[in-house]
Design a protein around this ligand. Structure first.
Ligand code: HSE
Length: 319
């Protein structure tokens, strides 16, 4: 039942909230991590790339811990593992790096033992570990997801993003822990602000699902988390207010930040201007940032077949 050659999976990064859809909306992005998992005589880790520095290489490792949850649930014992991981996804920047690790470990461990668990079960487990369904749902299913979570079960509706949608992310060179960015949020909001967000999140789903890119800008504002997080990311308020004047359809904090995300029509002629506006606005506040142009990922986590003709890193480089 255990795949003797091990398994490999490729997992997309994600952006959460998309402005008004706090802890609910997510979209997968074309920035990836790869995981290989094999049964071994002794647990060993091969963690490649700048983003893997400082990650534990013993059984306290998140990938190992999550894999063991899968084995336990499936009633299988695989105590020793050889785990390899490479990631292009910046850590603690609001692009779902931890969700990617969780989804990748769940999918790889499940595939390693012959896929006894359904995707829906993996979604419940991933959401239980992450505590909100938006990033993990997007990395698991790809595309755009709108999700609900009752503390035990997560459920989502997935749909393809508009064909012409492109995504610009501007990633500051400082980290922001999600837990820190959640501490600044108030426990109570007014009914007026609740209506503001419910209406915009609903409108945004309608615009994205209905291919109405012209309406995205009207929908992508928020009163639930962005105003409270703005002091943590200098320059963010100006970017949210002015990016539309430089060609963005809409702009939001990506997840808990500090990355900022602009949705752009791929035919837009002012892409360079938009990128320069975002980078220069952050630079004026003393923040160095790097820009990446991405596409929505529509596949979610996938198992890579054809093991093991190429080494793990050759497979990653072959992308
Ligand atoms: N919805 C979560 C938040 C996402 O905004 O705190 C964190 O990645």
């Amino acid at each position: 039942m255990i795949q003797p050659d091990g398994v490999r999976v490729k997992i997309p990064a994600s952006t959460a909230n998309l402005g008004p859809g706090f802890d609910t909306l997510g979209m997968a992005l074309s920035l990836y991590a790869w995981i290989e998992m094999k049964e071994a005589e002794q647990t060993v880790f091969h963690l490649y790339g700048d983003e893997m520095q400082g990650i534990p290489r013993d059984k306290s490792n998140l990938l190992y811990q999550v894999a063991q949850q899968v084995f336990e649930r499936a009633g299988v014992q695989v105590p020793e593992l050889e785990i390899s991981m490479y990631s292009d996804i910046p850590l603690t920047r609001g692009l779902g790096s931890s969700a990617t690790a969780i989804v990748g470990a769940l999918a790889a461990a499940n595939a390693l033992i012959g896929s006894p668990l359904s995707k829906a079960e993996l979604f419940d487990m991933a959401t239980g570990i992450e505590d909100h369904p938006d990033n993990v749902g997007a990395s698991l299913y790809g595309g755009i997801i709108t999700a609900i979570w009752d503390g035990v079960h997560a459920e989502c509706i997935r749909f393809d993003p508009p064909e012409d949608l492109e995504v610009l992310v501007v990633v500051p060179d400082f980290e922001l822990q999600t837990s820190e960015a959640r501490k600044v949020l108030p426990d109570h909001i007014s009914r007026k602000d609740a209506v503001y967000n419910v209406s915009r999140a609903s409108f945004l789903i309608g615009a994205l699902a209905g291919g109405r890119m012209d309406l995205i800008g009207k929908a992508m504002s928020d009163r639930l988390h962005q105003p409270y997080r703005a002091p943590l990311i200098q320059g963010m308020t100006r970017i949210l207010e002015e990016a539309a004047n430089h060609g963005a359809l809409g702009v939001a904090l990506s997840g808990a930040g500090p990355t900022l995300l602009a949705l752009v029509d791929r035919h837009e002629s002012r892409k360079n201007e938009l990128e320069a506006f975002l980078l220069n606005t952050m630079r004026a506040e003393g923040i160095n940032a790097s820009a990446k142009w991405l596409l929505p990922d529509v596949e979610g986590v996938v198992e890579i077949s054809g093991m093991p003709s190429r080494s793990f890193m050759d497979m990653v480089k072959g992308k």
